[in-house]
Structures are given as C-alpha cells and as structure tokens.
Design a protein around this ligand. Structure first.
Ligand code: HEC
Length: 154
C-alpha cells in the first residue's frame, strides 16, 4: 500500500526534476531561435530597401557604383540565408513556413537562385551596361518572389 503510494508520488517528482534540468538548455535554445528570427527579418527588410533603392534611385541615375554595392550586400545575404533558418525556428509569430525544414534542399536551391541572380546583377554593374542591369534586377526580384511563394506565410 505504502510502497505503491510512493511509486505514484515518485513519478511526477522525477519528471519534474528532469524537466527542471532541461530548462536552462531550452531557454538558451529559445534565445538562439529568437535571435535568428530577428536577424533574418532585419536582413530581409534591408534587402527590400535595397530593391526599392535600385528601382527608384540607382537604376534611373545609372549609378553603377551604387548598384554594385547593393548587389554585393544581396549576394552576401543569399550565402548566409540557409544558416539564418536553424531547425525548429518556425513559430506562430513568424512568417517562415514549416516546408523550409521538411524540404531544406529545396529551400537552399531557392537561396542559390537568388545568389546567382544577385551575382549577375553585380557583373552587369561592373560592365556598366544598363540593359543588362535592368534584366538582372528583374531576375533578382523574381527569385525573391519564387521563394516567398513556396516558403513564406502570407
Ligand atoms: C530562399 C528564400 C527567400 C528568398 C530568396 C527571399 N526571401 Fe524574403 N523571406 C523569406 C522567408 C522564409 C521570410 C519569412 C521570414 C520570417 O518571418 O522569419 C521572408 C521575409 C521577407 C520580408 C519580411 C521581413 C519582415 O519584416 O518580417 C521581406 C521584406 C522580404 N522577405 C523581402 C525579400 C526580398 C526583397 C528578397 C529578394 C531581394 C527576398 N525577400 C528573398 C524567404 C526568402
């Protein structure tokens, strides 16, 4: 009778203890995930601003120097992007779709397509060729949209 009572009592205590032991680890992981979400949102916002500046300012001004500078930042972000999506970093208040992690290869190739388009833009700017630049900006924009369609919540 008593023995049974202690066994029953013991289970929640043991569960409680092991959860308490895990807590710091989970909290740390939560922090890392939050930081990754914040960072990627910030860098996406910046790339949105880059696209706006390219279309509204640098393209009409044929400012190849500025175009190349923007493209360089986009290339860097494209390379870093997969790392900005650590496993499990989706949440209700975030726009990353779970498909990113069930199809991480597909997500990486979408990032690669964006990298290639941004590199083409960089090269077009180096050649001081406005029609190449225009086409390349269009391809960059298309690569943003293609990824959003598959991997970003609306
Ligand atoms: C390989 C996939 C991919 C590519 C390429 C991509 N995006 Fe995104 N983008 C996402 C995902 C996923 C989110 C949602 C991120 C989140 O909420 O954590 C997002 C979010 C955003 C946001 C919202 C950020 C915020 O304030 O929360 C903007 C703006 C954005 N992207 C702009 C762009 C632009 C501009 C480009 C191209 C120059 C681009 N993205 C290319 C996947 C991509």
């Amino acid at each position: 009778m008593f023995k049974r009572f202690f066994i029953l009592l013991g289970i929640p205590v043991l569960v409680g203890l092991s959860l308490a032991g895990l807590e710091p680890l989970m909290a740390q992981n939560d922090e890392a995930i939050k930081a990754a979400q914040e960072e990627r949102k910030q860098r996406f916002k910046a790339s949105g601003a880059s696209m706006k500046a390219l279309y509204r300012e640098h393209l009409p001004a044929e400012d190849y120097q500025a175009i190349k500078a923007e493209a360089t930042v986009l290339v860097k972000w494209a390379k870093d992007m997969p790392e900005a999506f650590p496993f499990g970093s989706d949440s209700d208040n975030d726009e990353a779709k779970p498909e990113i992690w069930t199809d991480f290869e597909g997500f990486k190739s979408a990032a690669k397509a964006y990298e290639t388009a941004s590199l083409d833009l960089q090269k077009a700017a180096e050649q001081n060729d406005i029609s190449l630049v225009k086409t390349a900006i269009g391809s960059v924009g298309a690569s943003c949209k293609a990824c959003h369609k598959k991997y970003r919540k609306k």
